[in-house]
Design a protein around this ligand. Structure first.
Ligand SMILES: O=P(O)(O)O[C@H]1O[C@H](CO)[C@@H](O)[C@H]1O
Ligand SMILES: O=c1cc[nH]c(=O)[nH]1
Length: 236
């Protein structure tokens, strides 16, 4: 493990569990660690991208922020998969709803992640890559949510390079393709997992709706996603 610590992650050796939960917001990682984990150790403070390892129901699990956007999660997930021997990363994010039947607080799982990013360009593929979730993680996550009585929608999500779009009809076009919601990281995470031969899943809670204008406050986004956190922890 000569590549660690990395320029972005101060963890050493076996400080990180095989499964990492990854919210975009490092303060959401801190909240999860403080609320749900026992025997917790903070393994990363570089750039305040907080990372913790602890136990949940006796099982070792890590939780670390991944930042906003594909370059950011691209770095952290690459290092975890390749340098820290992490097997699975479960992104737990917020997203903006597109579909009519998606409402704020809903839990959505991305079976696929469409994207307007050029992340796949690096692979020099002779076509278009379809970034997808690991089926085993997805199936298990749906099962856990259903057993808890939490309704879950599974479908295609959009990973966008832009939060603030210049005037365009992009959202109408993605909605026409039955894309459920927009976030900013899943496609890069799924591609890094595919290339590394590892597993990834992105689940999101809808924080606002791009067509109806419904939205949650920043505080609700930070701590209000308990259903998703509990599904992800059980999955881990
Ligand atoms: O809540 P997180 O996980 O950061 O996810 C969403 O929120 C951020 C934008 O506000 C982007 O990172 C987007 O993907
Ligand atoms: O990326 C995101 C996340 C939440 N809401 C949005 O509109 N976009």
């Amino acid at each position: 493990m000569s590549n660690i610590p990395t320029p972005h992650n101060g963890a050493r050796g076996d400080e990180i569990a095989k499964t990492v939960l990854m919210p975009g917001d490092p303060l959401r990682a801190k909240f999860i660690a403080e609320t749900y984990l026992e025997n917790t150790v903070c393994f990363n403070t570089v750039r305040n991208m907080l990372g913790y390892t602890g136990t949940y129901n006796g099982k070792k699990v890590s939780v670390m922020g991944g930042g906003m956007g594909m370059p950011s999660i691209g770095i952290y997930s690459y290092e975890l998969f390749h340098f820290y021997e992490v097997d699975s990363i479960i992104r737990i994010g917020s997203a903006g709803g597109y579909a009519d039947d998606v409402k704020v607080h809903d839990l959505v799982m991305g079976i696929g992640a469409s994207t307007n990013s050029n992340f796949a360009h690096q692979y020099h593929l002779p076509g278009t890559f379809a970034p997808t979730a690991d089926f085993g993680l997805l199936r298990k996550a749906v099962e856990i949510a259903e057993n808890k009585g939490i309704s879950v929608k599974v479908g295609n999500i959009l990973s966008s390079d832009t939060f603030y779009e210049d005037e365009s009809n992009a959202k109408d076009l993605w909605k026409k393709m039955n894309v459920l919601a927009v976030e900013m990281e899943a496609a890069a995470l799924y591609m890094n997992a595919a290339r590394a031969g590892k597993k990834a899943l992105c689940m999101v809670t809808i924080s606002d709706h791009l067509f109806t204008g419904e939205s949650l406050s920043a505080e609700e986004r930070q701590v209000g996603f308990r259903n998703m956190m509990e599904v992800a922890l059980e999955l881990a």
